[in-house]
Design a protein around this ligand. Structure first.
Ligand SMILES: Cc1cc2nc3c(=O)[nH]c(=O)nc-3n(C[C@H](O)[C@H](O)[C@H](O)COP(=O)(O)OP(=O)(O)OC[C@H]3O[C@@H](n4cnc5c(N)ncnc54)[C@H](O)[C@@H]3O)c2cc1C
Length: 541
């Protein structure tokens, strides 16, 4: 039995089928795909794939392993991408990575016909470029409700180009897929026995399903579960949306079910470490779902839940960002965390102390200031609002109405004066009314910085535009939680391990619900799904 039909579950189901097992795949959502289906489709498989070889790129499993365990690579803000990865888990990934690229081709997945590059790379290792890209082809995309035009399909990178071909392969091979079946708990034979099945709900019914060989969890992580994500970072209270919502929430149901029968968490540093896009600056403003690379369009099957596309920010000089108390808190143009990949470290020497020698320590990034709060003894920074005027609106070509902004649920407001704007802001996460006088003073002071050509408070480079022409606007611009980098303890075979270090017989896990591997995204999920499926299918209890 496989739980979750995303980047981990689909390969797991196919791989288990290949061993001769009969496979049931249950998916809680109304369709397959998960985060994988709405992803950008950039996948860092390395270690010497045929595509790397065609491009003349030298790579090997040993190089990939060394890269992803290199203690010496450090970000400019002091954080280490690879240092806290579990060596056993990375060794398995390194050995299975290149063969998994070829396996995907065999299953009918189409990659964009272009040389391997670095596009979308986050924590992919510094010795070689490794990113391949799934072609969207003519599959209908969840975020738009449309397929790419025929000339764009083969050259547009999208996760739909992974999940639909794998779904087709799984069905061809006899995997039975049950949609709208959500696992709620695992069934174990006594406190130390095998996992023999699970309980799930289907449209109000509760079902127990028996697993003859094993259960594989590919449930996709925990970022949407506020209590769970706060285990790692207490600041992450309710106001922070997550990148895959409202299509595919990461509700920690896999982790919770496994922990209830004794499973351990693993590699928890990776979840709170400050690297990559795990916590992202809002790319679209005026909507709760502001994760930059994902813009929901009116044709999407979940647009009634997303409610707005949001306004893409081209130039952060066009807005100021204020806390719920109406005060600026940082240079709006500053970035989020960075992460490592090929060519990020000049003259990279594997495992050498010299890799960090010339890093200019640069703690500047927007995220920590945004999450800091306004000085009270409570967690969570509260809403962040982008404040701008009608001239900024014209410069950015924004339309201040639905479906571009979410007025109905309180993520976009306007006012004839700054004071009126502040008084109009009403949102379920805005704990107290924004003080109108404070916002007016913030805008007045910022306008004086534009006159002076220097931001005395936060050193925004040469503030360019005053906020002075009504109407004035406030658009939700609160950071977004992107992905899960820590979860259940697994071993190299993707078996789940308990708090005493013992394998829980008959239980496997991979992808974002598994811990021990900090890399963002699809590669670890697809590879671990395949490992889990192969090993679970071979079980003979
Ligand atoms: C907008 C966006 C863009 C991205 N772009 C990229 C990219 O370009 N490259 C990259 O490498 N990574 C990217 N990622 C990350 C990547 O998509 C994920 O890391 C990956 O899909 C996670 O795989 P998974 O199998 O762990 O979870 P998912 O792919 O999310 O699959 C989990 C599935 O399990 C189901 N499920 C959960 N709980 C239950 C339950 N209790 N019962 C039954 N079913 C359940 C879910 O509905 C879901 O379908 C992106 C993510 C997002 C959100």
């Amino acid at each position: 039995m496989v739980v979750g039909a995303g980047a981990t579950g689909l390969p797991a189901a196919i791989a288990a089928c290949e061993t001769g097992a009969s496979v049931l795949l249950i998916e809680g959502n109304f369709d397959i795909g998960g985060h994988a289906g709405i992803s950008g489709g950039n996948i860092p498989l390395g270690g010497g794939t045929s595509a790397q070889k065609r491009a003349g790129i030298v790579d090997s499993p040993d190089t990939l392993f060394a890269d992803l365990t290199d203690w010496s690579v450090v970000q400019a803000n002091g954080f280490a991408d690879y240092r806290y990865n579990d060596r056993e888990i990375i060794r398995a990934f390194a050995d299975w990575s290149a063969p998994t690229y070829e396996w995907l081709l065999e299953k009918g997945v189409v990659f964009i016909d272009q040389p391997i590059d670095n596009r979308g790379a986050h924590g992919t290792g510094n010795s070689a470029p490794r990113e391949a890209h799934f072609a969207a082809m003519d599959w209908v995309q969840f975020q738009t409700g449309k397929a790419q035009p025929p000339d764009r399909g083969p050259v547009t990178s999208s996760g739909i180009g992974l999940v639909r071909p794998l779904e087709a392969a799984a069905r061809r091979m006899g995997v039975r897929i049950l949609l709208k079946h959500k696992m709620t708990s695992l069934i174990r034979d006594g406190s130390k026995g095998r996992v023999i099945g699970l309980t799930c709900t289907n449209e109000g019914r509760e079902l127990d399903i028996r697993a003859r060989k094993a259960v594989i969890l590919g449930t996709g992580g925990s970022t949407s579960n506020v209590n769970f994500r706060r285990i790692f970072d207490p600041r992450l209270t309710e106001e922070y949306s997550t990148a895959g919502d409202p299509f595919s929430p990461q509700d920690a149901s896999g982790e919770l079910a496994a922990m209830a029968i004794g499973a351990s968490l693993w590699g928890t540093y990776n979840q709170s470490a400050e690297h990559g896009i795990a916590l992202s600056k809002a790319g679209q403003i005026g909507t709760y779902h502001g994760y930059g690379p994902l813009m929901w369009q009116p044709g999407s099957p979940v647009f009634h839940l997303a409610r707005a596309t949001g306004l893409k920010v081209a130039d952060w000089q066009d807005v100021i960002l204020v806390s719920q108390a109406g005060r600026r808190f940082y240079d709006e143009t500053s970035p989020q965390y960075t992460s490592n990949s090929y060519e990020a470290v000049p003259d990279y020497e594997p495992g050498s102390w010299r890799n960090a020698k010339d890093i200019d320590y640069n703690p500047r990034n927007f995220i920590n200031a945004a999450l800091a709060g306004t000085g009270e003894a409570r967690n969570g920074g509260g809403p962040i609002w982008a404040i701008f005027d009608s001239e900024a609106l014209a410069r950015e070509n924004w339309v201040p109405e639905p479906p571009y902004v979410d007025v109905a649920e309180g993520y976009f407001f306007s006012g004839a004066t700054i004071e009126e704007l502040a008084m109009n802001i009403k949102n379920r996460f805005q704990r107290e009314p924004m003080p109108a006088g404070v916002l007016a003073e913030t805008v007045r002071r910022y306008n004086s910085f534009v006159d002076a050509g220097a931001d005395l408070d936060f050193e925004k480079p040469a503030p360019q535009y005053k906020i002075e022409t009504p109407p004035f606007y406030a658009a939700w611009s609160t950071p977004v939680v992107h992905d899960t980098r820590a979860g259940l303890r697994i071993n190299a075979q993707c078996q789940v391990v308990d708090l005493s270090g013992e394998v829980i017989p008959g239980l496997y896990c991979g992808g974002e619900s598994a811990g021990g591997f900090a890399q963002h995204g699809l590669a670890r999920c697809v590879v671990q799904g395949r490992i889990a499926g192969t090993n679970a299918g071979a079980e003979n209890p």
